[in-house]
Design a protein around this ligand. Structure first.
Ligand code: GDP
Length: 371
């Protein structure tokens, strides 16, 4: 599933948010492996479609998709030079799919700011500079390792060198690796370089409770949005900004689902910060959800947009991909409107799709396969 690394300067609300998210969304007992590392939390993706399917199928088990959040501490000014926890954080951050970069947008004299004042754009630039410097070092190393082989005609090495030269130029000017566009072999090469500043990023603007209903009223938040829009330029990668109030998330985390809905309504909000973060992460990474529904289990599965039916079946079990025959597909909305699978079938809303079928978000699927 999707993994999101939470980064940011100290004292901006990272651990408050991380603890809230993992308390709110985790059935920790179901994911015992994550109790080994206190900085990793597995969170169930809230999806009302699962509840609706459960009412239809009365399954024994409902299994949501999950997102892993990783609290990546130790990013301070000079981290790439070994300040603070130094390079330790780099190792964790290389492994995540996307970065949630928490910046402080709330004023509070009781909470010390490491840089002396609230300024989310300066903070974002400080953190990004560390990531750029780390990438610069890593690209330089990969360049050095390949330059000789490239000269003697090794095609793969030549691609690394070609890619590295363009990256070194951008990174050297303080630009993230995502600002450089690549194609074909070079795109594959850059993918394998595991660069921090090529990962999709969302800024998580930690705003005051009072600003939640209308974040744009907060000038720090507005400046951050402008900054994100400028960042997005380059190769056209989206840089999202998600407003949350870490303190409110912490309060939400301790409520029952019903109380949570009530509390959100009272705040004038339609969804929690957790839901906004996950939705944004899915969008940034081009992820969609398909569903399987039956007697023992109703379940959500995460795939990339553009995934074809056999590969989607492979998410469930490799045997299903290998022996794929057909996918029996009904759109979630159609199934709900019809009221049952039998009724949907009578109305001709259940389709039999072959190996070339491109899966759609909300498809309720039954795969037929040879064992
Ligand atoms: P971290 O170092 O980035 O992990 O920051 P923490 O989560 O430890 O938060 C630092 C301080 O800011 C703590 O005293 C929090 O209670 C406070 N804090 C975090 N989020 C908020 C918020 O949304 N509003 C306010 N007023 N204080 C917050």
């Amino acid at each position: 599933g999707l993994s999101i690394g939470i980064v940011g300067l100290p004292n901006v609300g990272k651990s408050t948010l991380f603890n809230a998210l993992t308390r709110a969304g985790a059935a920790a007992a179901n994911y015992p492996f994550c109790t080994i590392d206190p900085n990793v939390g597995v969170v169930e993706v809230p999806d009302p479609r699962l509840d609706a399917l459960a009412r239809l199928y009365h399954p024994r088990k409902v299994t949501p998709a999950v997102v892993t959040f990783v609290d990546i501490a130790g990013l301070v000014r000079g981290a790439s030079k070994g300040e603070g926890l130094g390079n330790q954080f780099l190792h964790h951050i290389r492994e995540v799919d996307a970065i949630a970069h928490v910046v402080r947008c709330f004023e509070n004299p009781d909470v010390t700011h490491v840089e002396g004042s609230v300024d989310p754009v300066r903070d974002a630039e400080t953190v990004e500079l560390e990531l750029v410097l780390a990438d610069l070092e890593s690209v330089q190393r990969q360049y050095d390792r390949n330059v000789k082989a490239a000269r003697s005609g090794d095609k793969q090495a030549a691609s690394v060198v070609r890619v590295a030269e363009r990256l070194l130029e951008a990174l050297g000017q303080g630009q993230p690796a995502r600002s450089v566009a690549f194609e074909g072999d070079d795109l594959r090469t850059v993918h394998h370089m595991h660069l921090l500043t090529r990962k999709p990023v969302m800024y998580v603007a930690n705003i005051a409770e009072a600003d939640l209903q209308d974040p744009d009223a907060n000038p720090h938040y507005r400046r951050l949005k402008e900054y994100a829009a400028r960042q997005a330029g380059g190769a056209g990668a989206e840089v999202a900004v998600v407003p949350v109030c870490a303190q409110i998330e912490a309060e939400l985390a301790d409520l029952s689902p019903a109380e949570r809905q009530e509390f959100l309504r009272a705040l004038g909000l339609s969804e929690s910060g957790l839901e906004r973060l996950i939705r944004t992460g899915y969008r940034l990474l081009g992820l969609i959800t398909f569903l399987t529904a039956g007697d023992p289990e109703v379940r959500a599965w995460t795939i990339r947009k553009g995934t074809r039916a056999p590969e989607a079946a492979g998410e469930i079990h490799s045997d299903m991909e290998r022996g794929f025959i057909r996918a029996e597909v009904v759109a979630f909305e159609d199934l709900m409107r019809a009221g049952s699978l039998a009724a949907a079938r009578e109305k001709g809303l259940v389709r039999l799709e072959g190996r070339d079928y491109v899966m759609q978000d909300g498809d309720v699927v039954h795969f037929r396969f040879n064992v």
